[in-house]
Design a protein around this ligand. Structure first.
Ligand code: 5AD
Ligand code: SF4
Length: 466
């Protein structure tokens, strides 16, 4: 059964009318817009849609908040630290608002889906005149129009789990693009706020995704990352016989020279079929981000993750058997409520055995409204911090060894930006998504080159174009 609804053409046309209406107010004024994104790639992709709408309205984009007439913060609620930073940023703009009363300050994203934050903004941050949640993103033109026509403060934090196709988009120039394939999450890991702020899983139709990919390839993008909170459950809501592996095969058949990446995968849904498909698809990069969160089965059970350390290791072994040079990364939470020294040792063991290329390690951050926020917790902050540092030390040793193994290797690289130092003036990525600094004649962003690795450090490989 198809459980996913799309925003109707009529509703979207309505928003395009508001884009025109705002454009008539912006016209000849040379107004500038500034956006700042916190959090994950999904948020970055959402901001690109807002920038697209602003661009259609006639705004010019600026990187300088002080010269902006419209300021937007797209916020993240995954950890307290991200929320604190967003509040800090908005707080520091109260002077700007006093100096330039006409400036419009807006806040959107995951924090805007939470009642407690909405109340806080209403009460203590009068400089914010527009706040809208992830579900209202497509209504941004009408909301902005209301503010511009004199409504003092506009809040839109409700909305349905619908998909809006065909919104304008303004992507960053360069080699890389995000491509959302689905939204929301049904997993309810007990520590995580995402299912509450991003709603239920809903997949875009395969033909819409393929069309967007064709457009990206035609525009010269060379690395396209398919986005979803749990891409492995892609298609379940569509009522047609298609899963993520099928989608990958379909996208792999799009003509052109490009790499396809995807994130994030969930170990409970990552299947041998997925790895067989990856191995068979030459455009799907040999790279996997597969968060395991904890090496302790008891903690995994209390996190509601539905796999064990052992089944995780078997998955990795299968992926490596099919793709021996695959690059692996993962997310880990340290200090989940009730985590004992023994639980933590099991996390260390999994890291030691698996030998990831890259780890994203997080200290557990209680999120009100999630089950884990009320679980009893015995470990002190100092104990958690000490565990965190042990994990970092272990991983640094593993990364040093893995990086050193690339010395002298010839690799295909995608040039993706300017580097800081003069000796290696460009940055690039390997197929496995490792960071490389490159030197050589005639390099330009968006080009694939063959190169040889000359030296390695913990964070970077250094290469010479061949
Ligand atoms: N505290 C710490 N880390 C968290 N993550 C999600 N929720 C929390 C939380 N409450 C981490 C997980 C996830 C990554 C995106 O963020 O590791 O995979
Ligand atoms: Fe959060 Fe778990 Fe969903 Fe990932 S899979 S977004 S960690 S609830």
């Amino acid at each position: 059964m198809n459980t996913t609804a799309t925003v109707s053409e009529e509703q979207l046309n309505d928003q395009f009318t508001y884009i025109d209406a705002v454009a008539s107010l912006v016209r000849d004024k040379r107004l500038r817009a500034y956006t700042h994104t916190f959090g994950c790639q999904q948020n970055e992709a959402d901001t690109e849609h807002i920038r697209g709408m602003l661009h259609e309205m006639g705004y010019e984009m600026t990187d300088d908040v002080n010269e902006a007439d419209f300021i937007l913060f797209n916020t993240c609620a995954v950890r307290e630290h991200a929320e604190d930073r967003a509040f800090g940023n908005i707080g520091s703009l109260s002077h700007l608002k006093k100096r330039k009363p006409d400036v419009i300050i807006a806040l959107c994203g995951c924090m805007a889906q939470q009642e407690k934050n909405v109340e806080k903004i209403k009460k203590s941050y009068p400089q914010v005149s527009l706040m809208f949640g992830t579900h209202a993103l497509w209504r941004f033109p009408s909301l902005l129009y209301r503010v511009m026509s004199g409504e003092k403060r506009v809040f839109d934090i409700g909305g349905e789990d619908d998909i809006a196709e065909g919104l304008p988009i303004l992507r960053a120039d360069g080699a890389k693009a995000w491509l959302s394939i689905m939204y929301g999450c049904n997993n309810f890991c007990t520590y995580c706020i995402v299912p509450y702020v991003r709603g239920r899983e809903r997949s875009r139709r395969p033909e819409e995704i393929e069309n967007e990919l064709r457009g990206l390839v035609a525009s010269g993008y060379k690395e396209i990352t398919l986005l979803g909170q749990n891409v492995n459950s892609y298609g379940k809501d569509l009522g047609i016989d298609v899963d993520f592996a099928d989608l990958l095969r379909r996208l792999n058949a799009v003509p052109g020279d490009f790499w396809l990446r995807f994130m994030t995968s969930h170990p409970k849904d990552a299947s041998p079929k997925l790895f067989d498909t990856m191995a068979a698809c030459e455009k799907v990069a040999r790279q996997l981000h597969l968060p395991f969160q904890s090496g302790s089965d008891e903690i995994l059970r209390r996190m509601n993750r539905h796999y064990t350390a052992d089944s995780y290791k078997k998955l990795i072994a299968y992926a490596r058997e099919k793709m021996p040079d695959i690059t692996l990364s993962s997310d880990i939470i340290v200090g989940f409520p009730g985590e004992t020294e023994e639980d933590f040792e099991q996390t260390l063991r999994l890291v030691e055995d698996t030998r990831f290329d890259l780890l994203f390690t997080f200290l557990y951050s209680p999120r009100s409204g999630t089950p884990a926020a009320s679980y009893p917790d015995n470990a002190t902050t100092a104990q958690k911090q000490a565990r965190f540092e042990r994990l970092l030390r272990l991983q640094d040793g593993i990364v040093a060894e893995r990086q050193a193994a690339y010395q002298g290797r010839r690799m295909r690289l995608l040039i993706d930006g300017a580097a800081k130092g003069p000796d290696y003036p460009f940055t690039a990525r390997t197929e496995g998504n490792l960071l490389v600094c490159v030197r050589g004649k005639g390099l330009s962003v968006g080009e694939f080159v063959e190169a040889e690795i000359e030296k390695t450090t913990l964070r970077c490989l250094y290469a010479r174009k061949l």
